[in-house]
Design a protein around this ligand. Structure first.
Ligand SMILES: *Cc1c(COP(=O)(O)O)cnc(C)c1O
Length: 220
């Protein structure tokens, strides 16, 4: 695992160079969903600290013990969030990448207030307008961003997308970037194991890599 990790870091560095971006411009979010501590620990021991999970309950089961040994971990939520899990999500995650609807945005704002904390938020955009996929539609993005930032005062840092599997990801990355730029948002979470170099070329600040770091995921 640690060798996968070194290879991936190297590929990120080279992609940054090719894109004329400074070294370290891109943050690797190692997506550890499904994997157990035995697979995650070598990457922690290699010095990595930014991880992502897509389920609140799974993160609660795995990360408190790991955090006792690696206290400076930064954990990102990259999966859909139901409002009844907002309290738990805010307690365990440092970054919420999947703010996608007004009801969730309101619940997060309330929970930050209640717990006296703030968590960096990304808005997820459904760039492919896929009915089964979460995310605000591109046409609604500007209004939703304004609502989150101005009406709710959420700590909004950027946008996130998951392109359709059967389409050219570059088109979706370019669209995400355009929406971010016209709204003055600086961070772009885009790019997974199959397309992260393209994403870096198009301005990704965060790439979310599971398979490339940890190998194939076992069945749940
Ligand atoms: C699982 C997952 C990833 C990582 O996918 P890989 O193809 O294994 O790199 C990235 N983003 C999200 C939202 C995911 O659920």
């Amino acid at each position: 695992m640690a060798s996968n990790f070194e290879t991936v870091k190297d590929r990120i560095r080279k992609a940054e160079q090719r894109a004329g971006r400074p070294a370290g411009a891109v943050t690797l979010v190692a997506i550890s969903k499904v994997h157990g501590p035995d697979v995650i620990e070598p990457v922690l021991e290699a010095g990595h600290r930014v991880f992502g999970e897509n389920r609140v309950q799974e993160a609660q089961a795995k990360w408190p013990a790991l955090r006792e040994r690696f206290c400076d971990v930064e954990l990102h939520l990259v999966g859909p969030l139901q409002t009844n899990k907002v309290k738990d999500a805010v307690a365990i995650f440092d970054v919420i990448e999947t703010v996608d609807r007004p009801k969730l945005a309101r619940a997060l704002a309330r929970e930050f207030e209640k717990q006296g904390v703030r968590r960096d938020c990304f808005i997820q955009i459904n760039t492919g307008e896929e009915p089964q996929k979460a995310g605000a539609l591109p046409a609604e993005a500007d209004d939703f961003i304004r609502f989150c930032r101005d009406d709710l005062n959420l700590p909004l840092v950027g946008l996130m997308c998951i392109p359709p599997v059967d389409e050219e990801p570059a088109l979706h990355f370019a669209l995400l970037r355009k929406i971010a730029e016209r709204n003055g948002l600086e961070q772009l979470s885009m790019g997974m194991s199959g397309d992260f170099e393209t994403a870096i070329e198009l301005g990704a600040t965060h790439v979310r890599l599971g398979t490339a770091v940890f190998g194939a995921r076992p069945a749940r």
